[in-house]
Design a protein around this ligand. Structure first.
Ligand SMILES: *Cc1c(COP(=O)(O)O)cnc(C)c1O
Length: 464
């Protein structure tokens, strides 16, 4: 499989190069040149397969010749061996129509582990072959950072610099990052919000002096391999509920549009997904874009679902590119305009194409809290605020198609917010205990490019 940039001019890459590259050199995001297709008989044949075996079938066409099927199977079995549930991503039925897909059984209690545990192994494999070292620079609203740090701590040839907005991640999230003391892990608390941290990362990638000195890479959801690994659970869940013979909808608590884009890809690959419900908190740029064509970034409002406190959703560019007929020059022009004005009107044809697939909803704090109580009182489930945003949108959706809400975090990752909303304080599962007894290590600095670059330059491995 070959990968092309959404902005049309970056070099075409294979799977191993695209995994290590992250952002494309023209500022765009990599996507497969074509969507692989699984026929209904192939989807039917997934019934009863293990998670790992499902993942092999979904990922193989994207991986191409970068790994043999046996190598891929081995790698996935190792990655998902660290999960505390044999089904990896178990389904829980809430009522006649609603289901939760629990994506938080990995080591850091959020769905990011599902992709990151495998991505860490892909990095190690591809770097070992090439003999190169990489410097990973990322911005996190909490969960990406902890998942990446857990997956990459102590790995050879990888130096990780993770920026988080100071004071805007939960204590559990921060400690999952800052208590990892492996020498290749560097945490930076930035004075600012997530978008400030993200803007710094983008600026470092776009600074030719700086990026020329280091072999920079990214592990946020602009990384194609992460999205590929997230496509798997859409197939896994839908097949368990009767796909391809019964259409299923998914409600996805959304921030950077990575997780829900993986659902879009599953649908492009032939999985009969009826609706993809994009659920946002009060940071609702995606809801405004999909419902009114208004893709304009406002100020970030802090909420109880901090991993969705995002105004600029990087992966939305992948959707616009695909829905707009895969015209790299047009996408580049549109995104350059957006970067200048922080606003863009979605063209009518792309809006119509999106409306055929996506619904969207903005879920405010009250509705989120009511949904936590509903799940507790009616279903005996303690859910986290991100999941509650998704479930609120699912319950507000029309029709009677079964809806799977992606449960993106364990409630114990956000105990204060869950307690405020529902009165029950979730306890940390066994695999995360001890977090509050460990030493923390991180640097704090202003959201200033020169300062952050100097800090990283003093610690990163220069490219050969
Ligand atoms: C990252 C995250 C999200 C948002 O996922 P995107 O891929 O950025 O849309 C939602 N919930 C939780 C718990 C997360 O960690």
């Amino acid at each position: 499989m070959r990968y092309i940039s959404t902005r049309g001019t970056a070099p075409i890459l294979d799977f191993d190069a695209v995994t290590l590259a992250g952002l494309a050199s023209d500022g765009g995001l990599y996507v497969p040149e074509t969507w692989p297709h699984l026929a209904p008989v192939e989807i039917t044949a997934m019934a009863g397969l293990s998670y790992v075996e499902t993942a092999v079938r979904v990922c193989l066409p994207f991986v191409g010749t970068a790994l043999t099927e046996a190598e891929l199977r081995d790698l996935l079995a190792t990655a998902y061996g660290s999960f505390d549930h044999a089904a990896v991503t178990p389904l829980v039925q809430l009522d006649q129509r609603h289901w939760l897909l629990e994506l938080f059984h990995g080591p850091t209690l959020a769905f990011k582990d599902v992709a990151m545990q495998a991505l860490g192994l892909l990095f190690e494999n591809f770097l070992g072959r090439s003999g190169k070292a990489v410097t990973i620079i990322g911005a996190t609203s909490g969960d990406t950072g902890s998942a990446a740090i857990n997956a990459l701590a102590g790995r050879d040839r990888v130096e990780v610099f993770m920026l988080h907005p100071r004071g805007r991640v939960s204590d559990v999230q921060r400690r999952q990052m800052t208590t990892v003391l492996a020498p290749n892990i560097h945490n930076i608390a930035v004075e600012g919000n997530f978008d400030d941290a993200q803007a710094l990362v983008k600026a470092m990638f776009n600074d030719p002096d700086f990026s020329g000195r280091f072999n920079l890479s990214a592990v946020n959801s602009i990384n194609w391999a992460r999205l590929m690994l997230q496509i798997v659970y859409y197939f896994y869940a839908a097949v368990r509920l009767g796909a391809p013979h019964r259409p299923i909808s998914f409600a996805v608590p959304t921030g950077n549009f990575g997780d829900v884009f993986a659902g879009y890809v599953a649908r492009q690959m032939g999985l009969p997904i009826d609706r993809l419900i994009v659920a946002t908190n009060s940071n609702d740029i995606l809801h405004r874009a999909l419902s009114a064509g208004d893709y304009s970034a406002g100020q970030v409002t802090p909420t109880d679902s901090p991993s969705m406190d995002i105004q600029v959703s990087s992966n939305f560019e992948r959707l616009l590119f695909d829905l707009g007929g895969r015209d790299g020059a047009a996408t580049a022009a549109a995104m350059r305009g957006f970067e200048k004005t922080k606003a863009m009107a979605i063209p009518a044809d792309q809006r119509a194409a999106a409306a055929a697939i996506f619904d969207s909803a903005r879920v405010d704090a009250d509705s989120m809290a009511r949904t936590i109580r509903w799940a507790r009182d009616k279903c005996g489930q303690i859910i986290d605020p991100h999941t509650a945003v998704g479930l609120a949108a699912a319950r507000a959706s029309a029709g009677d198609t079964p809806v799977v809400t992606l449960a993106t975090a364990h409630p114990a990752k956000f105990p204060d917010a869950v307690e405020r909303a529902g009165g029950l304080r979730p306890v940390l599962p066994q695999r995360a205990q001890g977090l509050f007894d460990r030493e923390e290590r991180y640097a704090t600095m202003a959201a200033d490019l020169t300062t952050v670059e100097a800090y990283i330059a003093a610690r990163a491995q220069p490219s050969a």
